[in-house]
Ligand binder design. Structure first.
Ligand SMILES: [Fe+2]
Length: 156
């Protein structure tokens, strides 16, 4: 795995975050009942995308940790998932219940599958802080979506 491959994965992470943002903007327009939830999440995803953009500076300095093959597979799979969800959202194929459920599992997946590994493997202080923020924001997103699921009676 070269530095260049690593950089490409960081770019995929950035794309995942910005696609999350696009999905939430579609949901905000489609589900007025939970508009403020979706808009809040969308705004934060845009910040996350910019945070991965900042990672490129760290990348050039060679301090992004080498990612394991498992981590890379997870990043690629997550990208594929968010792309599919965006397509479904654009086609209006999801009900509010399904949108909440899908968003929850997407947030949960990205947090547990690759962000936790990035945090664990990074030693450089500023970068570790950046990944930790992404991780805790992802957990907070999952929690806020779960609260909305309860509000809307999707969770019994
Ligand atoms: Fe995010």
């Amino acid at each position: 795995m070269t530095n260049r491959d690593n950089l490409q994965k960081v770019q995929t992470c950035m794309k995942i975050e910005s696609t999350f943002g696009e999905i939430y903007k579609i949901f905000a327009a489609r589900f007025p009942k939970e508009k403020s939830l979706w808009e809040g999440l969308a705004k934060e995803e845009d910040v996350h995308a910019r945070m991965f953009l900042m990672c490129r500076g760290f990348q050039r300095a060679g301090i992004i940790p080498e990612m394991t093959p498992e981590c890379i597979t997870m990043i690629d799979e997550t990208m594929e998932l968010v792309r599919m969800v965006k397509e479904k959202a654009l086609r209006g194929e999801l009900s509010l219940d399904q949108a909440l459920e899908t968003a929850f599992s997407l947030e949960f997946t990205s947090v547990e599958r690759y962000l936790s590994e990035l945090v664990a493997k990074t030693n450089e202080g500023d970068l570790k802080k950046l990944f930790s923020t992404l991780l805790s924001d992802g957990r907070s997103h999952a929690q806020r979506i779960k609260d909305a699921m309860v509000r809307n009676g999707c969770l019994k």
